[in-house]
Design a protein around this ligand. Structure first.
Ligand SMILES: Cc1cc2nc3c(=O)[nH]c(=O)nc-3n(C[C@H](O)[C@H](O)[C@H](O)COP(=O)(O)OP(=O)(O)OC[C@H]3O[C@@H](n4cnc5c(N)ncnc54)[C@H](O)[C@@H]3O)c2cc1C
Length: 407
């Protein structure tokens, strides 16, 4: 089978890219290892402070319908093992697919944070809890503890509460190889300041933005109530770490300790809290395994290793494009706009038309606009990361030109 564009990943980025290209009469195949299209979108259910309810499952279904009507072919339950320049797509199906262009829209994966007892049934990654709760409509437990303080923990805590669960608290992880700064109350308060816009009331928003200052972070961590403060009705326990999960055959309780503001344990502060489920939120990593044929760069502000790419979403390898969380961890709305941008850039490459170039320029501005108004910011210094990427891309372009001229 030969097609114009193969898109790997049917999350919001891949779906938007597919719709945009199919509407330009390009032949498009979307491959995804999951049985449903939509990627992480299908588990999302939250209230956007400005735009009301965000029901990911419905949005994904609508986009899949729109894509199919425009002529997109979906190959679901089809894992892509490798892509070879040219492009040949090696999949778990019997037949290879060849395509003139490839878009990698493989999204992100969760980082694990191990804790003693985490293999007990009832312990799960926060993303699994999100899909179970919002998509499968199965509440992960009645009394739930969340370990790890980040935007996903807040989002899912709210979603679990909506489903009728009691969330006993969001706790810090134990300090160790997998959590250093994230295990300290003081640095976590600093990190929280980057999420101030998510706070449910103006007082917390103000406190959050003030916490950008180091002195306030120190004071905040000293005076932060040991019993925690409620965010969306869920106790945020910044001075308490979850150090073990206990139970005979399944989760029955968590062991916690109270912390000094530098993260040191307060002796004799151990407490056992009864729960029947634990969700672990350790952060997200761009999924770059398929990007081995192009250059990748390590930019912490974007989430780790990501393919080197231009503002137009082009990689260092000809006719290979990227969009969505593989380029850096951001919310679904930005992934969608990046998907459209990657598609428009390919259209421009294919036609060379001025109109297509205009579309690309306008879409670059649109990505920026949506980014500026994002309700969820996963990476606190994301804009610095995007700047670094631009500099690295310019350097790469310059070096490629120099090499070409020497030859
Ligand atoms: C657990 C989790 C929860 C999140 N919750 C939220 C939230 O509530 N709100 C929000 O705005 N953002 C959330 N995000 C961020 C989220 O990733 C983006 O919102 C958005 O889904 C990113 O879109 P994407 O298209 O880049 O990737 P994804 O939505 O992750 O889609 C990528 C797709 O690629 C497929 N894929 C990957 N590798 C292969 C392969 N080798 N072969 C075939 N298919 C492959 C996957 O199966 C997946 O369907 C969450 C992220 C994670 C990881």
């Amino acid at each position: 089978m030969h097609i114009d564009v193969a898109i790997i990943g049917s999350g919001p980025a891949g779906l938007c890219a597919a719709i945009t290209l199919a509407k330009k009469q390009r032949s498009v195949v979307v491959l995804d290892e999951q049985r449903k299209a939509g990627g992480k979108l299908i588990g999302q259910l939250h209230e956007d402070p400005k735009e009301g309810w965000w029901i990911g499952r419905q949005i994904a279904e609508q986009m899949q319908r729109e894509a199919e009507q425009a002529g997109v072919t979906f190959l679901l339950q089809r894992e892509v093992w490798a892509i070879e320049p040219g492009w040949t797509i090696k999949t778990s199906g019997h037949q290879d697919i060849t395509a003139s262009y490839v878009i990698l829209a493989t999204g992100a994966q969760e980082k694990p944070t191990p804790v003693p007892g985490w293999t007990l049934p009832g312990t799960m990654a926060i993303g699994a809890a999100q899909v179970l709760n919002n998509y499968e409509r199965v509440r992960p437990g009645k009394r739930i503890a969340i370990m790890g303080v980040d935007p996903l923990a807040f989002t899912v805590a709210q979603e679990l509460k909506l489903a009728g669960a009691e969330v006993v608290g969001i706790f810090l992880p134990p300090e160790g190889l997998f959590a250093t700064e994230k295990a300290k109350p003081q640095s976590t308060i600093g990190y929280l300041s980057t999420m101030a816009h998510l706070a449910p009331n103006p007082w917390l928003r103000l406190a959050g933005s003030m916490a950008k200052h180091q002195l306030i972070q120190k004071m905040g961590s000293r005076f932060y109530p040991k019993a925690g403060m409620k965010v969306f009705g869920v106790p945020l326990r910044l001075r308490q770490a979850l150090i073990a999960i206990e139970g005979a055959n399944q989760v029955e309780a968590i062991q916690t300790v109270k912390l000094h503001r530098d993260g040191k344990i307060i002796k004799g502060s151990e407490e056992s809290i009864l729960v029947d489920a634990v969700c672990i939120s350790g952060g997200l990593l761009p999924l770059v395994e398929l990007a081995s044929s192009c250059k990748t760069v390590n930019i912490d502000e974007l989430g780790g290793y990501v393919p080197l790419h231009s503002e137009e979403m082009e990689t260092s390898k000809e006719k290979l494009y990227v969009c969505g969380n593989i380029t850096g961890i951001e919310g679904a709305k930005i992934a969608m706009e990046q998907g459209k941008l990657a598609a428009m850039s390919i259209e421009h490459k294919m036609t060379g038309s001025e109109q297509a170039m205009c579309d690309v320029k306008m879409q670059i501005d649109e990505v920026e606009r949506v980014r500026k108004h994002a309700a969820i910011t996963f990476m606190p210094n994301l804009l610095d990361g995007r700047k670094k990427m631009k500099q690295l891309w310019d350097k790469f372009q310059q070096e490629s030109r120099d090499t070409y001229e020497v030859r």
